[in-house]
Design a protein around this ligand. Structure first.
Ligand code: MG
Length: 267
């Protein structure tokens, strides 16, 4: 199942089930409205249905408390910064105010001159949980989406920690929707690409993660409680690079969709 949040005709954001041509059914490329919040409990179809082209998708989830992100989780990305993979997962936090949806602008701050894209697989948590063993990770995962861990590379080096460099408003695009029907093994074996203005930049596989999804859940919940709607960014492969105002960046993961955002200068 694919769950989107969308705005139709200027109304409030609603949740809906995305129906694509590859699904069996009579309603290709549509979104069928559901009542309530699917992260909070059972939902029902309301009977409303829109063409995807007629609605504006927004972030499929607004993390209730936090975005937990993983650094250097692909050896080839660590190597492009003359680094090596850490002996255990390297964790940092992005504020939930950094989250934006598909099509919303990434705002280029005046404090940087080296703003990078980082295409990543994102995990959406479905249950409150702590100290989850790796073999039970699937029980706490609601689904998966596509993320861009936007980073001021110069501020990351200058500050020597990453809160500002990765925490600006708009630095966590998520979308286009949450895909719920994959196991951790399925999600850990997907093709990921990033393009800048249509030009290929990143081309990798989530199977190349150093610490796979179950191990990340186990490690993160060893020290913090995860809440429904919290998001985990699983790290970026090699090929990261700079963006400028006027650019358009797209991250695609097979089976999960494409997340596209423009880059704009701050007013
Ligand atoms: Mg990253």
């Amino acid at each position: 199942m694919r769950i989107a949040r969308y705005v139709a005709y200027g109304g409030e954001p609603r949740y809906g089930i995305v129906e694509l041509p590859e699904d069996a059914g009579d309603h290709p490329d549509t979104v069928a409205t559901i009542s309530g919040d699917p992260l909070a409990g059972p939902v029902n179809y309301t009977g409303e249905r829109y063409a995807l082209d007629d609605v504006r998708l927004v972030s499929p989830v607004i993390p209730r408390s936090k975005v937990v992100a993983i650094g250097k989780n692909y050896a080839a990305h660590a190597a492009e910064f003359n680094s090596t993979v850490p002996a255990e997962p390297l964790v940092f936090l992005k504020p939930n105010t950094s989250v934006i949806g598909p099509g919303e602008p990434i705002v280029y701050p005046p404090e940087t001159s080296d703003l990078h894209f980082e295409g990543e697989l994102a995990i959406v948590i479905g249950r409150i949980c702590r100290r989850v063993p790796a073999e039970r990770a699937a029980e706490v995962i609601f689904g998966y989406t596509v993320a861009n861990d936007v980073t001021c590379r110069d501020l990351q080096a200058k500050d020597r920690q990453w809160s500002r460099a990765k925490g600006y408003d708009s630095f966590c695009p998520l979308g286009p929707w949450i895909t719920t029907h994959l196991s951790p093994d399925d999600a850990g074996d997907l093709h990921l690409t990033t393009t800048l203005n249509g030009e290929p930049r990143q081309d990798s596989e989530t199977s190349l993660m150093v610490y796979p999804i179950p191990r990340l859940i186990e490690f993160i919940t060893s020290f913090t409680t995860l809440l429904p709607g919290d998001v985990i960014l699983t790290g970026t492969p090699n090929g990261v690079g700079p963006m400028l105002p006027g650019d358009s960046v797209s991250v695609s993961i097979d089976g999960l969709g494409t997340l596209t955002n423009p880059v704009v200068a701050e007013d």
